[in-house]
Structure formats: structure tokens, C-alpha cells
Design a protein around this ligand. Structure first.
Ligand SMILES: *[C@@H]1O[C@H](CO)[C@@H](O)[C@H](O)[C@H]1NC(C)=O
Ligand SMILES: *[C@@H]1O[C@H](CO)[C@@H](O)[C@H](O)[C@H]1NC(C)=O
Length: 261
């Protein structure tokens, strides 16, 4: 019954999430440069990894593509934590072969496997050779094994990026998927950013995370950071508001150019 009532609560809060910001602990961290941003990301990651491993014996983390890949490829090798206890999921993934340069798993594999104590089977990957629709359904089935008994998975941490248009995961401004609340993972076949076929976590899952962390660098993101954090425009990245969790925005100085508290 616990899960049931929690689930109902979330279904209700999802539509009104902007008014419930008091439940979210939000921290904006402005760093001097990208190196400092990566160090900050590493320290949050290490601390939460240790906390989760001590509590549950495992650390369930969602990865993103884009610039987050570069930050994590530099941060993960620095961590003092038991990487063998990690289960790595994808906040979104492109429906392409794993050896395609567009594959998010492919980029992590190339940079991390064989270099740190992470094995391929710790990554929960999308099924190969199927449609986005089938890949999304299959990913839900795979995820369910790691969140037994949950109506909604609760990730220990989601590592998120933000596009210059304000998208996060594969949730794009004005897209109908922003309101998807029936499935954990949705297919998208008309992504405005190529490749068009992807799967993505949906907001009920994202906002059920214990910790959500944005890592954003560069002047190209400065305008969107302001529109979301200062002007409070309703854009996808701004809808990330874990309903009983922590939210971090780690910015470098360039991305924070138009941000002031
Ligand atoms: C470490 O993580 C715990 C649990 O999430 C949190 O309460 C604490 O503030 C964190 N400490 C640091 C230094 O980030
Ligand atoms: C995390 O645990 C490792 C041991 O696995 C320890 O060396 C490290 O200092 C811990 N870090 C934090 C932030 O608790």
C-alpha cells in the first residue's frame, strides 16, 4: 500500500510540480571553470555513491549523453568508491547500434570499460535491432528487475544535461512527452535533435529520484540557464524537481554568466 499511495501522490504532483518547489532542496553551484565543475560533480557523485552503497549495497545511477559524457568520463576515474556496486542506466538513449558514434552507451563503453572498475554488464542497455517503441517497453522490463515491487523506480542519482533549447533527457520543449505519466520509459520518433529515434525516462520517474544533478558548462548555455533559473520559464529542464529529493545545478562561470541569486 505504501507504493500505491506514493504513486497516486506523484501522479497528482506531476501536473502541479511548479507549485511544489518547497519539497525540493535545490542547490546552484557556480564553479570557476570546467575542471572545477568536474571536481564538484565527482565529489557529489562519490558521496552519494557511498551513501547508497552503505544503505542498499548498490548505487543506481542514470546517465545522460551530450556534454555529460565528457564530464563523467573525467569524473568517474577520480572517484574513491566501489564502482563494482554500481548499476548504470540511461536517462535517454538513441535507438542506434552500440557501435554507432551516436550511441550514448557506446561512448561510455569506449571511454570507461577497461579503464575503471566497471564492467559492461553493469550497464542496463537498450535492446538492439528493435523499434523505439519496442526498445522503450523492453527497457521498462529490464528496469523493473532492479526496482522490485516499485510502481515507480527511485533512482539514487540522475546525471543530467541541458540543451541550448532547454531540453533534458529526450524531453523537448512543447513536446507531448512532457506530459507522459503512464510509462517509465517512452519512445520518441520525432526528436528535433538527431537522431530522431530515442527512448527517454519520463517526468514521474525523473522527479522520483533521490538526487538529480545538472552539469552545464559554456556560454552557449548561459541564456537558457537564465530563462530557467532566473525568469522561471516553463521549459523541460526546469521541470526537473524531485518531489522528495535533492536537486543540484552545477554551472561553470560561462554558463552562469546571466545567473544571479
Ligand atoms: C553527502 O550525502 C548525504 C546524503 O545524501 C548528504 O546528507 C550530505 O549533505 C552529503 N555531503 C556532502 C559533503 O555533499
Ligand atoms: C567513499 O568511500 C571510500 C571507500 O570506499 C572512501 O575512500 C572515500 O573517502 C569515501 N568518500 C566519501 C565522500 O565519503
Amino acid at each position: 500500500m505504501y507504493f500505491k499511495s506514493k504513486f497516486n501522490f506523484l501522479l497528482i504532483t506531476v501536473s502541479y510540480v511548479y507549485f511544489l518547489t518547497t519539497f525540493v532542496t535545490m542547490t546552484v553551484i557556480v564553479t570557476e571553470n570546467e575542471t572545477e565543475l568536474i571536481n564538484k560533480l565527482a565529489s557529489i557523485l562519490e558521496n552519494n555513491s557511498n551513501t547508497s552503497i552503505t544503505r542498499d549495497g548498490t548505487f543506481k545511477v542514470g546517465l545522460s549523453g551530450g556534454s555529460v559524457v565528457k564530464f563523467l568520463n573525467e569524473a568517474i576515474p577520480k572517484l574513491k568508491t566501489d564502482l563494482s556496486k554500481w548499476k548504470l542506466f540511461f536517462c535517454d538513449e538513441r535507438v542506434v547500434p552500440e557501435d554507432d558514434p551516436e550511441s550514448t552507451f557506446g561512448t561510455y563503453k569506449k571511454n570507461l570499460i577497461g579503464k575503471v572498475n566497471l564492467k559492461e554488464d553493469q550497464f542496463v542497455r537498450i535492446k538492439q535491432g528493435v523499434s523505439a517503441d519496442e526498445a522503450a517497453k523492453d527497457y521498462v522490463r529490464q528496469m523493473a528487475e532492479y526496482f522490485p515491487g516499485s510502481l515507480l523506480p527511485r533512482f539514487d542519482m540522475l546525471l543530467l544535461g541541458m540543451g541550448p533549447d532547454g531540453h533534458t533527457c529526450s524531453l523537448f520543449p512543447g513536446h507531448q512527452l512532457l506530459n507522459e505519466n503512464k510509462v517509465w520509459v517512452a519512445p520518441i520518433t520525432d526528436s528535433p535533435k538527431p537522431p530522431p529515434q530515442r527512448v527517454t525516462l519520463t517526468f514521474p520517474v525523473i522527479n522520483n529520484a533521490r538526487v538529480a544533478v545538472f552539469a552545464i558548462a559554456g556560454e552557449g548555455k548561459a541564456d537558457m540557464v537564465k530563462r530557467i533559473l532566473v525568469d522561471k520559464e516553463d521549459l523541460p529542464a526546469g521541470r526537473v524537481q524531485p518531489s522528495s529529493g535533492e536537486l543540484y545545478w552545477i554551472l561553470d562561470k560561462e554558463a552562469a554568466r546571466h545567473y544571479s541569486k
